[in-house]
Structure formats: structure tokens, C-alpha cells
Write a protein that binds this ligand. Structure first.
Ligand code: PRT
Ligand code: ZN
Length: 217
């Protein structure tokens, strides 16, 4: 049963690259919050809304499960999780790309050279889908972080990792070979049933976000 008295719960990254821009956006569309640095669950002062501040990796699942009604999270994270959520819109921050990168002076100069190689990544699902789409076969070594040092440690021949400026790859003697996924922040919605009140509130927010984005351009 639907409980129209509960607040619309929105998942936001607690502390990271998406946090400030997401909170700025929410304030920009008129939501007012008390001090959100102190608590994991923050009530909105002027709407029936609360923010849940969590790790970005947890956001797709929380939204899929209906623990949160909405979430702001990278398209890379949503796609890697293969989360069953609805993407309401893309937002123009947190822009980056998942790319294949190889040691500069090495024998791997393009994606076509990947057959039989080892690829270190924190994105095994997106990497496997890319390999399949190209008919390539390579071993995927899943690492939770510091992927860029894997070739030097001889854990892998190449990597796939998120890139924005390219500075990290350069600093580690790696060159970008090919983009396999373009990413930006997405506003996602649960596919669990929502009360009419929550649906109306989401519609209102979407219109305001659209206005906010136009005003920013
Ligand atoms: O603690 P929590 O789990 O919440 O945070 P996190 O450390 O997992 O994520 P965070 O805050 O680093 O990133 C959150 C999201 O920001 C990512 O999922 C992407 O959607 C987006 N984003 C945008 C990026 C980057 N740009 C980015 N450059 N995420 C990571 N990077 C890293 C990349 O992994 C590499 O280490 O930055 C380095 C490359 O940057 P350049 O500029 O040197 O190319
Ligand atoms: Zn994370």
C-alpha cells in the first residue's frame, strides 16, 4: 500500500565529486535544508522531502529497492550496476568517460590488440560488454581502486578507468586508446509504485530542474 504521508526520499552522494553540485542544484530549485554536513538523513524545510547521504555505489540499489524514490548518481554507476531504475534526465556535471588506457610505449596501440590480454578495471560489467560488442576476448581483473598502477605492478596489461582531464593517465605513463562509455550525472527514479503526492512533487522538481538548467546556460 502507498503511504502518502512519508516524505520523498532522495539519495545524494555523501562526500565526493557529485556532492556539492547536487546540493547546489537542489538549493537552486528552491529546496532549503538545515545543516546537511552533520546527519545522514536531512529534512527539507520547505517541502516534504528528505535527503539520504550515502556512498555513490549504494545509490542505484537504494533507488531500485525503493528505499529512496530518487537518486543523483553517475551514469557509469547506474550502468555498471545494471540497476532497474528509470533515468529521468541527464545533468551536465560529473561528466567523464570510461576509457581503455595502455602503457605509452607498449605493444597495445588500439582496442584490436586486446585479445588474450589482461584488463584491470573497477567496471567489469561495462568492460565485458565493450569486449563482447567488439568480438574481443580478454581477461578482466576487477580492482576496487588505484587501477592506474595495475600495469606497472604487472597485474594487468591495460586498464579501463574513468577519465576527465586525462592527468591521472598521463602521470602514470598511460595513453587513452578508446572511450567505451560516456558518463554524466543522472537523476534516477525508482520503478516501485509511488503515491500520487510523490509523483506530483517529482513532476514539479523536474520542471524546476529544466528551468534551472536553462537559466545556467
Ligand atoms: O565515497 P564514494 O564511494 O561515494 O565516492 P567515490 O570515490 O567512489 O566516487 P567519486 O566521488 O570519486 O566519483 C563520483 C562520480 O564522479 C563517479 O562515479 C563519476 O560519475 C564522476 N566522475 C567525474 C569521476 C571523475 N569525473 C573522475 N575523474 N569519478 C572519478 N574520477 C577519477 C578517475 O577514477 C581517476 O582516478 O579521477 C581520476 C581521473 O581524473 P583525471 O582528471 O586525472 O582524468
Ligand atoms: Zn564510490
Amino acid at each position: 500500500t502507498l503511504d502518502s504521508s512519508t516524505s520523498l526520499r532522495i539519495a545524494v552522494q555523501k562526500s565526493g565529486r557529485l556532492t556539492d553540485k547536487t546540493l547546489n542544484l537542489l538549493e537552486g530549485i528552491g529546496l532549503k535544508f538545515d545543516d546537511y554536513k552533520r546527519s545522514l538523513l536531512v529534512k527539507c524545510r520547505n517541502f516534504d522531502v528528505e535527503l539520504l547521504l550515502i556512498r555513490d555505489d549504494d545509490i542505484p540499489e537504494y533507488v531500485e529497492d525503493g528505499v529512496c524514490d530518487l537518486g543523483f548518481v553517475g551514469a557509469n554507476t547506474v550502468a555498471e550496476d545494471e540497476a532497474d531504475v528509470t533515468i529521468l534526465r541527464g545533468l551536465d556535471y560529473g561528466v567523464c568517460r570510461l576509457s581503455i588506457a595502455a602503457p605509452k610505449a607498449g605493444d597495445i596501440q588500439s582496442a584490436a590488440d586486446l585479445n588474450g590480454k589482461r584488463i584491470a578495471t573497477s567496471y567489469p560489467v561495462l568492460t565485458r560488454k565493450f569486449l563482447e560488442s567488439k568480438g574481443l576476448s580478454a581477461d578482466i581483473v576487477t580492482l576496487s581502486g588505484s587501477v592506474e598502477i595495475a600495469p606497472r605492478l604487472e597485474i594487468a596489461d591495460v586498464i579501463t578507468d574513468l577519465v576527465s582531464t586525462g592527468g591521472t593517465l598521463k602521470a602514470n605513463g598511460l595513453q587513452e586508446l578508446e572511450t567505451i562509455f560516456d558518463s554524466e550525472t543522472q537523476l534516477v527514479k525508482t520503478n516501485k509504485p509511488l503515491s500520487e503526492g510523490k509523483q506530483a512533487l517529482i513532476e514539479k522538481f523536474l520542471q524546476r530542474i529544466e528551468g534551472y538548467q536553462k537559466a545556467e546556460k
